[in-house]
Design a protein around this ligand. Structure first.
Ligand code: HSE
Length: 436
């Protein structure tokens, strides 16, 4: 009897990058070989791998695979049909190898959010001109299948808004600050010790890594070219324990929240600290977990929650793409053909919202009144107000204000007026309260 499974040739993969994710992918391919073959109808075989150092003990047996020091050489190999890039970095060997693989007519699966956020459009054009797949489920929110959800499961919806907590390190820092009552620096150091931080920690705490992910989601959601450069980015470095504790008293949590929305003014994309109700799904998200909330005209709201990083979850996302390619499923890179992706008109958020303000003041008569006047002059009404003395310096006090909904422009004018007084003891911070 003919073996139907052998009628389709094996899918031969090359894996560039033998860090956590690459090793996770090798484990799934080798440990679940039979299951993968029944799910795809063909065997998935690793032909070759590539990494900077060959000899390092990575806890898996690599002796059956050819080894290339140069990922570009791996991408060119005749025995590689599908090139898996898990090196990282928006330029350099990762991008060079992806371009070479696509030019050679090979399918590519990558976990590289930075590369896609910056070069996604040109890579999509290249992949589509060569009629090959460029897939990247693992680039956004680790193990959560958010790319598949947007490009397939929710493809019948006009997407109205996407919100996401998509950097586990930032969420870990913010939630641990509240749990342990320690300041930002102590938790940053804890993350460094646990190995949670990217090689450049500013990618995490500066909101850049999460911003890359948001830019990719915007492109799929709205049919626009990836536009990372117009994301309004703010990190979590200025958030204090006092902020976290005071907003908790008012029923809120602080999250590094990405929001993307196509409005009549254009595409609004921001990745900034926001207050969300503590009782909401986003407010309840703790530790390194990610959450993406997708809103569409028919589905209303879908909440996806799961691990945003780590060997198993990220390898799981890579394998989802590998399996689709093995099954012969081919989709445009960002959901519609790259030639049809429009250039987004960037817009800053104009929708009014309440804001949380922390204003460091010199502790003297009339200081608070001047702040209230600055807000009142801009037609901004105060909803709550609290003042506390500086723990270490009685000559200073901070005032915490929650405003009624106001425009960002009015708020900026009010903050400008505050700067013009002689009573500020530091720069005020303003955090938007997001309706979730
Ligand atoms: N550094 C990221 C995070 C994981 O902390 O979520 C990879 O994007």
């Amino acid at each position: 009897m003919p073996n139907t499974q052998n009628q389709i040739s094996p899918l031969r993969v090359g894996i560039a990058g033998l860090g956590t994710v690459g090793i996770g992918v090798i484990k799934i391919i080798t440990q679940h070989a039979e299951m993968l073959a029944s799910r795809t109808g063909r065997t998935i075989e690793i032909s070759a791998v590539s990494a900077r150092s060959k000899g390092k003990d990575r806890g898996v047996d690599l002796s059956a695979y050819a080894f290339e020091e140069d990922p570009v050489a791996l991408a060119k190999r005749d025995d590689v049909d599908l090139f898996i890039e898990v090196i990282g970095g928006d330029e350099g060997p990762a991008k060079d190898a992806v371009v070479v693989a696509l030019q050679a007519g090979k399918d590519v699966v990558t976990a590289n959010k930075a590369m896609l956020a910056i070069h996604g459009h040109e890579l999509a054009q290249l992949a589509e001109s060569k009629k090959v797949s460029l897939r990247y489920e693992a680039a956004v929110a680790g193990g959560i299948p958010v790319i598949k959800s947007l490009t397939e499961g929710l493809a019948g919806n006009k997407i109205t808004r996407i919100m996401g907590v998509m950097n586990g390190t930032c969420n870990y820092i913010l939630t641990r600050m509240e749990e342990t009552r320690q300041g930002y620096n102590a938790l940053f150091n804890e993350c460094a010790e646990l190995g949670y931080l990217e090689a450049d920690p500013n990618l995490d705490v500066g909101g850049i890594d999460a911003g890359h992910k948001l830019a990719i989601l915007s492109s799929i959601a709205y049919g626009t070219q990836v536009d990372f450069s117009n994301i309004h980015l703010e990190g979590i470095q200025e958030i204090t324990l006092q902020d976290i504790e005071h907003v908790a008293e008012m029923g809120y949590k602080i999250k590094l929240l990405g929001v993307t929305q196509l409005t009549e003014n254009g595409l609004e994309q921001r990745m900034t600290p926001c207050l969300v109700p503590a009782s909401s799904p986003l407010g309840q998200l703790s530790g390194g977990t990610n959450m993406v909330v997708i809103e569409g005209d028919s589905v209303e709201q879908v909440v996806l929650r799961g691990p945003g990083a780590g060997e198993g979850p990220t390898a799981s996302a890579v394998m989802g793409d590998v399996i689709d390619i093995a099954r012969g499923i081919h989709l445009p890179v960002f959901g519609i053909p790259a030639e049809q992706l429009s250039k987004a008109q960037p817009a800053s958020c104009t929708a009014p919202a309440p804001y949380y303000l922390r204003i460091p003041l010199h502790n003297k008569a009339g200081a608070l009144a001047q702040m209230a006047t600055a807000l009142g002059d801009c037609d901004i009404s105060i909803a709550h107000l609290h003042q506390y003395e500086d723990e270490f310096d009685a000559a200073k006090a901070s005032v915490l204000i929650v405003t009624e909904a106001c425009s960002k422009q009015a708020l900026q004018t009010a903050l400008g007026k505050m700067e013009g007084t002689s009573v500020l003891a530091g720069t005020p911070i303003a955090i938007r309260i997001e309706a979730v």
